[in-house]
Write a protein that binds this ligand. Structure first.
Ligand SMILES: NC(=O)c1ccc[n+]([C@@H]2O[C@H](COP(=O)([O-])OP(=O)(O)OC[C@H]3O[C@@H](n4cnc5c(N)ncnc54)[C@H](OP(=O)(O)O)[C@@H]3O)[C@@H](O)[C@H]2O)c1
Length: 323
């Protein structure tokens, strides 16, 4: 495994991280979840991501990681999405952040969270209130670092500048979606702004939920035991399953084969070509997927291959199911 600094911070995270959305605590049986988490750890993955909104995931991840010394992994969770019907059961107010941090610590069964992330931007809470709450949690030792997820370049710029004015600890990470099909962070200046602020990117759905593994073939039935075959998990992935997208994955898979790698390894190496991407967080429903995917870290993608990728991708238009 290789490790990169998370932005300007001293924290080092594995180039491949393991997430828990729509898998651990939900679609994936607990025994298999535990096998995936221990496989990831054994292969050198030290970055584990979850959220208070991934039902059941914090407990499963926290339990599985108890097998290892607390200092040997970086545990990240998030706050923002509704946790109840009450007017204060959501968002990034001081009240909700403080209460949810305690609830996450309990579910994770740990004394501190390494990276606490604002899952989305909250338009209804002054940013100063949110930043001060995160800074206070750090002073209390409940979290070590804070970050955000899916914030725009201007939201990141404003928060970083206010944090400096108020002399608060800086945000160190942003977690956006990024894969061969979903590239708004390139176009909307998010990568550049984060780099400027010393904020590292931890990108999610780097395999487009499995589409970029090549297992969904145009004209073929959806494989059983896949995210797309399960009505509880296929809400978003179904919008990826377009003919032009799948035709494109066939061509990308051929290109990957020329380089001696699988499509999933190629897709992960493609996001990791960006120096400010600190980690690509994969999901996995079985340990063998992790074994295959981590080999991505050894692949360097040349400029010539990058331009062939652009040519292949030019056949896909108007694509943004997650935005
Ligand atoms: N911040 C946010 O708003 C946000 C949003 C979404 C996700 N996330 C984070 O990012 C993590 C990853 O997201 P994701 O699950 O969408 O990532 P992904 O890596 O794009 O997709 C993961 C899924 O692809 C399939 N897969 C992976 N490797 C494979 C392989 N080698 N061969 C065949 N199939 C393979 C598996 O699904 P099946 O085997 O079930 O088909 C796996 O669960 C989440 O767990 C979460 O921690 C964050």
């Amino acid at each position: 495994m290789k490790y990169r600094r998370l932005g300007k911070s001293g924290l080092r995270v594995s180039e491949i991280g393991l997430g828990s959305w729509m898998t651990y605590g939900s679609a994936t049986a607990e025994e298999t979840s535990n096998a995936c988490i221990s496989k990831a750890f054994d292969l050198g993955i030290n970055f584990f991501d979850t959220s208070n909104s991934y039902i059941g995931a914090e407990q499963v991840l926290g339990n599985a990681l108890k097998a290892y010394p607390r200092s040997s992994y970086v545990l990240a969770t998030k706050v923002y999405f509704p946790q109840g019907e009450g007017p204060n059961d959501r968002g990034l107010s001081r009240k909700h952040i403080m209460e949810q941090c305690d609830a996450s610590l309990k579910r994770l069964g740990t004394e501190y969270i390494d990276l606490y992330q604002c899952h989305r931007f909250d338009n209804e809470t002054p940013i100063e209130e949110t930043l001060r709450a995160l800074d206070d949690l750090t002073s209390q030792g409940k979290i070590l670092y804070s970050g955000v997820s899916e914030w725009s370049a201007s939201q990141i710029e404003n928060a970083s500048s206010l944090g400096k004015t108020l002399n608060l600890r800086p945000l160190i990470s942003n977690q956006p979606i990024y894969n061969l099909f979903e590239r708004y962070i390139e176009k909307e200046n998010v990568i550049k702004q984060c780099e400027l602020e010393g904020i590292g990117l931890i990108v999610f759905s780097p395999l487009a939920q499995g589409i970029l593994t090549g297992k969904y073939k145009p004209g073929h039935a959806i494989p059983q035991d896949s995210r797309a075959a399960n009505n509880e998990t296929n809400g978003v992935i179904n919008s990826y399953l377009r003919e032009d997208v799948l035709n494109c994955t066939v061509k990308l898979e051929e290109l990957a084969a020329e380089l001696g790698v699988t499509l999933s390894q190629f897709a992960l190496a493609w996001v990791l070509r960006q120096p400010n991407v600190s980690s690509a967080i994969i999901g996995s429903s079985r340990p063998t997927q992790i074994e295959e995917n981590i080999k991505a870290i050894d692949l360097n993608i040349t400029a010539d291959v990058l331009s062939r990728v652009e040519e292949i991708l030019s056949a896909v238009h108007n694509f943004a199911p997650m935005r």
